[in-house]
Design a protein around this ligand. Structure first.
Ligand SMILES: [Zn+2]
Length: 145
């Protein structure tokens, strides 16, 4: 259920601002669909991702994939606490199926640490815990833990 941004808990505001900032780093000349992703670790580090399009469309990268790649490159791994995804749209836009599967892999690799998700639009947000909430019957039995 979507809530107005005025109801966003104050401790989530940095995640909101970071994901909004990330959306401005998007390269989306074809779709004009600018997505920002912010990945917050338990140590408070926030890593950004933005979608990167290419004239060869299969080469496009989603904001979540770029954000997860940035997270993968840090050496001082702290579990992912929250993921924020921002699209300057009227209603929150959820991750695509491929990104849900990618997020599931990272979530599964940090047993005992669930991830809270915040999906932001320009005036509202939706929130849920665990990507499994929006990825039923996931392909996960072979993910190493
Ligand atoms: Zn995606």
């Amino acid at each position: 259920m979507n809530k107005p941004l005025a109801e966003l808990p104050i401790n989530i505001n940095p995640l909101y601002l970071a994901s909004q900032k990330a959306s401005k780093l998007s390269y989306a000349p074809y779709s004009k669909f600018h997505v920002g992703c912010a990945i917050e670790t338990q140590l408070g580090q926030i890593l950004l991702g933005a979608n990167q399009e290419n004239v060869s469309f299969p080469a496009c990268l989603c904001a979540e994939a770029v954000g997860l790649s940035n997270y993968a490159m840090i050496t001082d791994k702290s579990p992912i606490l929250r993921v924020g995804i921002y699209v300057h749209s009227d209603v929150p836009t959820y991750p695509c199926g491929i990104c849900r599967q990618m997020l599931l892999e990272y979530e599964t690799r940090q047993p005992g640490h669930t991830i809270d998700y915040y999906i932001f639009s320009k005036e509202s947000f939706a929130t849920f815990t665990s990507i499994k909430t929006i990825l039923p019957h996931s392909f996960s039995e072979f993910i190493p833990t």
